[in-house]
Ligand binder design. Structure first.
Ligand code: MLT
Length: 271
């Protein structure tokens, strides 16, 4: 386990963001999902830092990034752009898992000149349907009544794959702890942001940077069919399905994930 070197950047007058910035080489920004924090990406940072500059921010309201409304995908994306300004990175590979993927789509729409490539893991392009929005409203109500632990209870069943649950209960416990520790205001803000997020399907055909789409074979929150649909819509993209992994494919099968991510990053150097 390498030692991490946490930092907090002040963006403009008021916004702070917690992040790690480790390694050298192609800059890669790893965007966590809901309700996670940057620790989600520890196995990737540990494997990839020898040849990639791995930047892992906490999205506003998560981890060490203070809660600060408003919350929406554009705002999260602009925070990432401000962080890149603050640490002197022009273009980066943008890697997003699940909600991090929703932010990656917003980043592409707003800051595409800064996108060297995209890695879209366990995510979907579509917006929530009415049923999904209602589930999120219920989760907000549960969170207001019972705190982040109540949100964690509702998220956990789909968060980790069936086979990982059997194989690796200690990982399940640490994922549960991460979810339950999410700051409530940030979690509720993110739920509202996900309810309001736009459909990004129309964004996909315009993506003209190298793109790797990754899906966990056992993912029930963003099933592999979503990954296949994104792959079909993004010209020249690659698709990798991680066998035996669920929604958190990067944590559940880190070696397999790192292999496909590492190969993708090395292929960019050869372009
Ligand atoms: C996530 O992991 O970020 C969430 O499952 C995303 C979502 O609920 O849509």
């Amino acid at each position: 386990m390498i030692a991490l070197c946490p930092d907090v950047a002040r963006l403009g007058d008021v916004v702070e963001v917690g992040y790690d910035d480790i390694g050298s080489g192609t800059p890669v920004v790893f965007l966590h999902g809901f309700p996670h924090n940057r620790a989600l990406w520890a196995p990737q940072v540990q494997a990839l830092f020898p040849f990639a500059r791995c930047v892992t921010p906490d999205l506003r309201g998560f981890g060490e990034s203070p809660a600060r409304p408003p919350y929406d995908m554009d705002r999260y994306a602009d925070d990432v752009a401000s962080l890149l300004d603050a640490i002197g990175i022009g273009r980066a590979v943008i890697a997003g898992l699940s909600m991090g993927g929703y932010v990656a789509f917003a980043f592409w729409r707003r800051h595409r000149a800064r996108v060297r490539a995209l890695l879209l893991a366990d995510t979907r392009a579509g917006a929530d349907g009415e049923e999904g929005r209602q589930r999120r409203r219920e989760m907000i109500a549960a969170g207001r009544a019972g705190g982040s632990a109540a949100i964690a209870e509702q998220m956990m069943p789909g968060m980790v794959g069936r086979r990982t649950r059997e194989r690796c209960p200690s990982l399940v416990a640490s994922v549960h702890a991460m979810l339950a520790a999410a700051p409530l205001e940030g979690a509720i803000g993110a739920l509202e942001a996900m309810i309001a997020r736009p459909d990004s399907s129309a964004t996909l055909p315009g993506i003209d940077v190298p793109t790797l789409v990754v899906g966990g074979e056992d993912d029930v929150l963003t099933p592999v069919a979503e990954a296949r649909a994104m792959h079909a819509a993004i010209h020249g993209s690659r698709l990798e399905v991680i066998a035996g992994a669920g929604h958190l494919s990067n944590l559940e099968r880190p070696a397999a994930f790192n292999q496909v991510a590492g190969e993708f990053l090395l292929s960019l150097d050869r372009d």
